[in-house]
Ligand binder design. Structure first.
Ligand SMILES: Cc1cc2nc3c(=O)[nH]c(=O)nc-3n(C[C@H](O)[C@H](O)[C@H](O)COP(=O)(O)OP(=O)(O)OC[C@H]3O[C@@H](n4cnc5c(N)ncnc54)[C@H](O)[C@@H]3O)c2cc1C
Length: 476
């Protein structure tokens, strides 16, 4: 049988593609390499404790995305949750998004003055080469603020010196914000003098974690007649006369006219036959990833702290962020206890990645106690989850590598449509992944001509200032 649409991956992008195809009257075949759906947005369950691969806010400025989430999950299961997050640095908590009064108080008057002077210094003498993250941010915030709020965390996330990270990543996350604009935002005044609405004070979240959204989508799609096969890792895609032949690791083969691929873009050059030029193959090899592991600790305390998550800018510990799943949803935890998720940014094979689970749990417990985020001996049990390829790396050459692969696909493989996060090597949230899927399906079925590579690049979010990770930032 020749499928009109075959989808690789049952994460948010793949399942949304099937959801959109259903609306347009097409039944799809979805092939997922793992034994479960949801991709990075899954919820892991261990011994009755549920936790995310990093906390997942359901937040978007794209109404269409909210519509899809609401179609999948009824309002009883899709909670509106209060948000609180802070930065921990030198034993102090800074509100996040940053607030001028709180930052000033914590930094102390002398450090605050130094920060402002350092800002004026870069206004007069901006760093010459602003192609890298460090100089780009320092030019907009001054060196002192850069060192306090950006450097440590960014280097923890990416595992390299901030001068090796492209400025694209900063500009995507921080847009045109500068210290002056941040101060105005901190007082909640935008250009037109209006108070910024507090859209970011709340967010939607499935009662039992993000996985619930995608597990529900999976079940509903099966009910509607889509085929979704798990444990089907794609290892080869070959172009036959007028269709593609897709081969899975266990040797099964499927025919399709169009393939929506959320498998890593980096893997397409070596997966598709006939093989592309050496240059395109090299581009695939040179797209890099940062991997991730989370240690979930069950804590014998009602809530440990009120935040949903805390960014750890403290240089003396390895943990980058701590999630509090009881704050995300009370349904994620059990009476009188909470579950904290310590996030470590790693590379496959490095010391932390290879460490035995027991040692990781001991390290995580020790670090939480050192940071005084939990009382001594209140950690009861722990679980480790490793997630390869959690972050597509934006190094100095990544965009050229993407361009080479995208060019080759558009010329030689018009039936293969990259969608989603790793699928397009874009450091983006679920909403972006979903929209690339929706628009690609419309391109195929309705002959629309949406440029998938332009989606979300210009979208802005009601967030004030990002120090790195997933929180998008407000455009001025
Ligand atoms: C720590 C962290 C926190 C995050 N927080 C948020 C947040 O707060 N809000 C938010 O909206 N987003 C957040 N995100 C981003 C979100 O996880 C992703 O945007 C989203 O999961 C991407 O969906 P996707 O379908 O494109 O990719 P994925 O989720 O990666 O799914 C891809 C699927 O394809 C499968 N696959 C890969 N290769 C193959 C193959 N060869 N054959 C078959 N199947 C294959 C994978 O197994 C996977 O299931 C966060 C991400 C991380 C890492």
């Amino acid at each position: 049988m020749n499928h009109k649409i075959l989808i690789i991956g049952a994460g948010p992008a793949g399942l949304t593609a099937a959801w959109e195809a259903e609306k347009l009257g097409i039944k799809t075949l979805v092939l997922e390499g793992d034994k479960e759906v949801g991709g990075i947005s899954r919820t892991v369950e261990r011994n009755g404790w549920r936790f995310d691969i990093g906390g997942h806010r359901f937040f978007t400025k794209v109404d269409e995305v909210y519509k899809i989430w609401d179609e999948i999950l009824g309002s009883d299961d899709f909670l509106l949750r209060p948000r609180m997050s802070r930065i921990y640095y030198k034993q102090k908590f800074y509100d996040y998004p940053l607030k001028a009064s709180n930052a000033l108080f914590n930094l102390g008057i002398f450090e605050a003055i130094r920060c402002v002077l350092s800002y004026f210094y870069v206004r007069i003498r901006p760093p010459k080469n602003q192609d890298n993250f460090e100089n780009w941010v320092a030019a907009r915030f001054g060196w002192r603020l850069y060192n306090i709020f950006f450097k440590t965390y960014t280097e923890k996330v990416w595992g390299v010196d901030a001068t090796k990270i492209g400025s694209d990543w900063a500009s995507q996350r921080i847009k045109n914000l500068s210290l002056m604009k941040a101060i105005l935002n901190a007082f909640q005044i935008n250009k037109s003098g209006e108070i910024i609405t507090t859209l970011i004070d709340k967010f939607k979240y499935p009662k039992y974690g993000p996985g619930m959204m995608w597990e529900t989508a999976y079940k509903k799609l099966l009910d509607k007649g889509h085929e979704i096969k798990l444990n089907k890792r794609i290892v080869e895609i070959s172009k036959e006369d007028d269709h593609y032949l897709v081969t899975t690791k266990d040797g099964e083969q499927f025919k399709a006219d169009n393939i929506l691929s959320s498998m890593p873009l980096a893997h397409l050059p070596k997966t598709i036959k006939p093989s592309p030029s050496k240059e395109v193959l090299n581009s695939g090899e040179n797209l890099k990833f940062r991997d991730f592991l989370s240690v979930a600790l069950v804590i014998n305390e009602e809530d440990a702290f009120p935040d949903n998550w805390i960014y750890i800018h403290e240089p003396g510990v390895k943990v980058g962020r701590v999630q509090n799943y009881g704050s995300w949803s009370p349904f994620m935890v059990k009476e009188g206890k909470t579950c904290l998720g310590l996030e470590y940014f790693v590379n496959i094979g490095d010391e932390l990645w290879s460490m035995e689970d027991e040692k990781l749990i001991a390290l995580a417990t020790h670090e939480l106690e050192k940071l005084s985020l939990i009382k001594k001996d209140s950690s009861l049990e722990g679980y480790v989850v490793r997630m390869p390829k959690a972050y597509p790396v934006y190094d100095l050459n990544y965009s050229k590598n993407i361009e080479n692969i995208a060019d080759w696909l558009s010329k030689e493989h018009k039936g293969i449509h990259p969608i989603g996060r790793n699928g397009m090597h874009r450091y983006n949230n679920q909403d972006h992944s979903m929209m690339t899927a929706v628009k690609s399906v419309r391109n195929i079925v309705l002959n629309e001509v949406n440029d998938i590579w332009k989606i979300n690049v210009e979208e802005d979010y009601h967030e004030e200032i990002s120090t790195g990770r997933s929180a998008p930032v407000q455009k001025d």
